[in-house]
Design a protein around this ligand. Structure first.
Ligand code: ADP
Ligand code: MG
Length: 684
């Protein structure tokens, strides 16, 4: 019996080798396979005549009739060539098939077939070589949109297309609905079973949009359920009362090398109120990069320590953990607060030492990565857990923490994603939010420019110049899937729009060609498919100045601080949301030197240009986020799968597949009210 939960190996053609390859795509079960959505579609409903196809010379769909019986001949190179003619009202072409003699059984004079391929001019006149084909059935129209999937080594397009089709037709139990029927109907959504068929083999754009709506709502609804659950829970959580006195406030401030900004003072006041309330603090401190969130967290650590409680600080990467460790050790030394570091790269002996120190109460603030939580670490009398979020709302991380601590401690989350208030209320519904909107004095603004490809030579000269002066450059390219083995022709994106044909820069290739042009520069590459430890290594080499130009995908969005990096270049800038670009820009301008951000785009779209120009005009992250929300909807605030996601499978990790396409605030709100309703038990 084949069900959604069946191992992928129940499907014919999937043995242990293929199963291993599929695991690289996070496909282990039939459901995982069906959730592996197409990245784009070939528009085969839009057919061309032979004449049109010959004129454009691009891959396209044609409906043609077989004009002669297939005949095979043996070629000198031992290959067999099978040929037959095809025609429509505008002309006649010869189809060529090498070593595919089975074709003789498939095609017969008079049958009508939809082909997908490229018409070229050859020795036999117009020719088409090994096109893809689907017999036309008069009773049932052929799907208009043919799926193109993200691939990995050992898995090709045709295999995946077939496998999905097999899975869809061999399910003995249809996929269960994950949204209660009444809610689904109220939203006018199709069933989950229908949505799977429509996303993999849409017969029309209407099908595609129905599927998209279903899955966007499903993701938002599941996400909302998590938030709504946490929100209900927290009202009941009793936690130690941690009190602040005027003397403590005074001592903490006197120890700082600067005066707190008004935004920082307000955030700290919020934290003090939470900590002394007797209920568990669940607070988010949101503030632009560089707004000084760390010191607010430090204030909380100090209050906890003065009240006899220890704290833990979890950073998303080892580099960040080390950075916090260096900064906070210095800050806390005069206050008598002992800081420890626990990260994966420490030697076993060093780890043991830190763990022992923590367990016997010699560490007041333990800083680390995920390792903190999983390695059986003991931190007695831990009253406060702080997380520095890697990217937009690590809800999974937050939930994991809540589980591990049984909710008896105070939680503080720091996030550098400026988020419009309306959206924060919804997305961070389980947290109270303090927004720091003031910047420490003396910050230089990062000069931002929008340029097109004609500036490349000058721009690369500028990179050389920065390097000569001892500064470093980031180059960010959009994340792209492993290239398919062949050109797929014009594609329709999963959002229903034609995929922009501007060639996309891929970090790995970019770095290679850049290195060839600039042999004197030291170049590093960083992308999401690399192992965590390798990423950290490259980042460390960049931070130390050894690597002068870091070519990466958006993985560097992480709040890393390299003060000597002065230039940020974003290729294909039109591909990014404004908030994301703003985030990237925040990687530079962290030292005393003048810094620049150059957005490179060849887009023709006036909309895109005006968005990018808005970024050149303002440096206020909140203003930019509002602009993004208005122009593109809330989807930009959901990281798509892959962006910054940890490699490998993480239990309970929420993956947004399509939510980033949500362009409608009402839909988001509907999903959240539906989740509230569900939890309130008002829905059957
Ligand atoms: P982020 O909000 O991005 O985490 P950080 O907390 O890392 O920002 O602070 C960025 C830098 O600004 C740090 O070097 C910090 O010491 C400094 N800083 C923080 N607050 C102030 C302030 N009120 N005045 C001057 N410098 C400050
Ligand atoms: Mg920070």
């Amino acid at each position: 019996m084949v069900t959604m939960q069946s191992e992928i190996t129940v499907l014919p053609g999937v043995g242990s080798v293929r199963a291993k390859a599929l695991a690289m795509l996070d496909i282990y079960t039939v459901e995982d396979l069906l959730l592996h959505f197409p990245r784009a579609y070939q528009n085969r409903g839009d057919t061309q005549t032979i004449m049109e196809a010959a004129r454009t010379g691009e891959k396209c769909a044609m409906i043609l009739t077989v004009g002669s019986e297939p005949r095979s001949v043996q070629l000198k190179n031992r290959k067999t060539l099978t040929t037959f003619t095809l025609f429509d009202d505008t002309g006649r072409i010869t189809s060529l098939w090498f070593n595919q003699t089975f074709i003789r059984q498939v095609f017969h004079v008079g049958s009508t077939v939809r082909f997908w391929g490229k018409v070229t001019r050859g020795s036999r006149g117009f020719e088409i070589s090994s096109p893809e084909f689907e017999p036309v059935n008069r009773l049932r129209p052929l799907p208009a949109l043919f799926p193109i999937y993200p691939l990995t080594a050992g898995i090709n397009q045709k295999f995946l297309q077939n496998l999905v089709a097999i899975a869809l037709s061999s399910l003995d139990v249809p996929p269960e609905d994950s949204i209660p029927t009444s809610i689904r109907q109220k939203q006018g959504l199709c069933t989950r079973a229908e949505a799977f068929v429509k996303i993999h083999r849409p017969e029309s754009f209407t099908d595609l949009s129905a599927a998209r709506n279903y899955f966007i709502f499903e993701e938002l609804y599941e996400f909302a359920l998590g938030i709504a659950g946490a929100k209900r829970e927290r009202r009941r959580l009793v936690a130690p009362k941690l009190l602040s006195t005027p003397e403590m406030r005074d001592r903490f401030r006197k120890n700082l090398p600067f005066t707190l900004t008004s935004g920082q003072e307000e955030a700290i006041a919020d934290v003090e109120r939470d900590l002394s309330s007797g209920l568990a603090m669940r607070r988010l401190i949101s503030g632009d990069v560089g707004s000084g969130k760390t010191v607010c967290a430090a204030a909380a650590v100090y209050i906890a320590a003065e009240n006899g409680y220890r704290s833990a600080l979890m950073a998303p990467t080892e580099i960040l953990a080390r950075q916090h460790y260096a900064d906070l050790t210095k800050l806390f030394a005069p206050l008598g607060i002992r800081v420890g570091l626990l990260v994966g790269s420490l030697t076993a002996a060093a780890k043991r030492k830190v763990k022992t120190a923590a367990a016997i109460g010699e560490i007041d603030l333990l800083i680390g990565t995920h390792a903190l939580l999983s390695d059986g670490v003991e931190l007695p009398e831990c009253g406060l857990i702080i997380t520095d979020e890697q990217h937009r709302f690590g809800i999974a991380q937050r939930n994991a923490l809540a589980g591990i601590t049984n909710g008896v401690v105070h939680n503080l989350v720091m996030s550098a994603t400026p988020i419009p208030r309306t959206l924060a209320l919804v997305l961070y519904g389980d947290l109270d939010v303090s927004s720091i909107r003031t910047m420490p004095p003396g910050r230089k603004r990062v000069s931002t420019f929008l340029v097109d490809d004609t500036y490349r030579t000058r721009m690369e000269g500028f990179i050389e110049k920065q390097a000569a002066e001892g500064y470093q450059t980031y180059v960010v390219c959009p994340s792209i899937e492993a290239k398919d083995e062949e050109d797929e022709g014009a594609l329709v994106g999963i959002d229903g729009h034609t995929v922009d044909k501007t060639p996309l820069h891929n970090a790995v290739e970019y770095a290679e060609s850049f290195a060839a042009r600039h042999p004197n520069l030291k170049i590093g590459v960083l992308h999401g498919k690399m192992k965590g430890a390798d990423k950290d290594k490259i980042m460390a080499r960049f931070a130390s100045g050894e690597v002068q130009v870091l070519v990466s995908t958006t993985v560097i969005e992480v709040g890393i601080n390299v003060p000597s990096a002065t230039l940020m270049i974003v290729e294909n800038a039109e591909r990014f949301g404004l908030s994301q670009l703003h985030q990237l820009r925040g990687r530079v301008g962290r030292g005393d030197a003048k810094s620049w951000c150059i957005l490179v785009s060849d887009t023709e779209s006036e909309d895109a240009k005006s968005r990018l120009n808005a970024l050149c005009d303002t440096t206020d992250g909140y203003e930019i986020a509002e602009f993004d929300l208005k122009q593109r909807g809330p989807g930009d605030f959901f990281p798509p799968v892959g962006v910054g996601a940890p490699s490998g499978r993480q239990h309970g990790q929420l993956r947004f597949r399509l939510a980033s396409l949500c362009d409608d605030m009402n839909l988001l709100q509907a999903a959240f009210s539906a989740a509230e309703e569900t939890l309130a038990g008002e829905t059957q």
